[in-house]
Design a protein around this ligand. Structure first.
Ligand code: DX5
Ligand code: ZN
Length: 222
């Protein structure tokens, strides 16, 4: 089980320092929410900012692209030093081509699903990805409440993986993940927990990451 703090809840005036601190917090990777103000009703940062913070990171970076035309940013994301690229199923009708392209460029490919999109939309791309991201809030903002109805979708994706041989993607959840919700998503089948508010708004980060990990394992923090 891996913990991926989302920089969206970090202090944007001190991004380099935030990335450095979170790299030494016991977290496994850093989740970067790229939003274009159109696919989702919010704007964040793009490849330029990611390139600027890359030198401060000592754990892998994943970019969660909440943008239309995700293919247009791939070259720059490569340049920026991103390790994994997660695209939304809803953002591109040629998902097969896009996921192949992401893999060919040397990224680890992931695919994300909005809360309103059923799990079976991913059936024909599951063999192309390293990761399926089940959104547990409607994307666009941090600090929203976990949608408990998504538990069933996580379990369904886990079943799809179990029932077909040769599939080894990880299941990630994103939105409203905290020590209060970590255990139920892990029980449903989640392998990677994205957490913005629960980590960056609850310093020190080492303790926040530890609390999440303990909660996910069903233990009280020591
Ligand atoms: C929401 C983003 C999330 C966000 C989660 O659109 O994809 O990664 O940062 O924030 P919390 O953990 O605060 O719900
Ligand atoms: Zn995200």
């Amino acid at each position: 089980m891996l913990i991926a703090p989302s920089l969206l809840a970090g202090d944007f005036a001190r991004l380099g320092e935030e990335v450095k601190q979170i790299s030494h917090s016991g977290a496994d990777l850093i989740h970067l929410d790229v939003m274009d103000g159109d696919f989702v009703p919010n704007l964040t940062f793009g490849p330029g900012v990611i390139e600027a913070i890359r030198p401060y990171a000592s754990i892998p970076l994943e970019a969660h692209l909440m943008v239309w035309h995700p293919d247009t940013y791939l070259e720059e994301l490569k340049q920026a030093g991103v390790d994994r690229v997660i695209v939304h199923q809803e953002s591109d009708v040629h998902l097969n081509r896009l996921l192949h392209q992401i893999r060919q460029m040397g990224f680890s490919p992931g695919v994300a699903l909005n809360p309103s999109s059923p799990a079976n939309l991913l059936e024909d791309v599951l063999d192309l990805v390293d990761l399926v991201l089940v959104m547990t809030v409607n994307p666009g903002f941090g600090g929203q409440a976990f949608l408990s109805s998504m538990r069933e979708k996580i379990a369904k994706v886990a079943k799809m993986r179990e029932n077909r041989s040769g599939l080894s993607f990880r299941i990630e959840v994103d939105g409203g993940i905290s020590p209060a919700t970590a255990e139920e998503v892990v029980d449903a089948g989640a392998d990677i927990l994205v957490a913005g508010t629960a980590v960056f708004r609850n310093p020190p980060y080492t303790d926040a990451v530890h609390r999440l990990r303990m909660a996910a394992l069903g233990k009280k923090p020591s």
